[in-house]
Write a protein that binds this ligand. Sequence first.
Ligand SMILES: [Zn+2]
Length: 243
Amino acid sequence: MLKKVEGIILTETPSGDSSRILNILTREYGLIGVMAKNVKSLKSPLRTKTTKFTYGLFYLDYYEQKLSKLTDVDIIEPFKNVRQDIILLSYVSYICELTYQVVKQNYNYTIFDDFIATLKKIDEGFNPLVMTNILEIKYLDYQGIGLNLDCCLRCGSTKNIITIDPDEGGYICQNCYTNEPIYNAKIVKLLRMYYYIKINSITSLDIKPDIASMINEFINRYYDRYAGLYLNSKKFLQELVKN
Ligand SMILES: [Zn+2]
């Protein structure tokens, strides 16, 4: 059946000398496998439109149980700035790999919308670390390991929240506090903002680098403990940003 779907390429693997197999995250159907025949030939108009994080309308000969076949692509957004910057490219590679792992577990169209909105913000020049962390926090729910950021995770109180426990994943109030690490009040508040903010609505981000990096450490620690994902693109990104 011929279909036109909005989607973004999350992975591409070579098939023979001239073709590619794509995993496309589509808004409507979630993840689908697509055969892109002969697109690696220099003459193919689809050669540059079948690479990672191409965001467009994909024209497919659609099959539910096997690989669909790609017939054409109309680019929706080229993300030109990201493609010219090795650091941004590394963030986006990581986000693509993370999204691929998340949608393999669970799909909801809000994942697609948040993912695309994040890429747009990174391409527009918003801090890529903060944008990545916002998406990572939002993705926790889809992995069944969401943070509790509305009240104390032990007693349910909304008053006198003094820290967030990176091991249990939620707020701790003064009464329930034992010996959890104390995070700066800004971090405690910002984590909640990251979780609830609508990415499309972000017009400015005023987060100091040391605070952004402490939030990143918190999220890394939580992901390492609960998500069980070991992503090469993440290791690469961490090495790159460190230097
Ligand atoms: Zn409490």
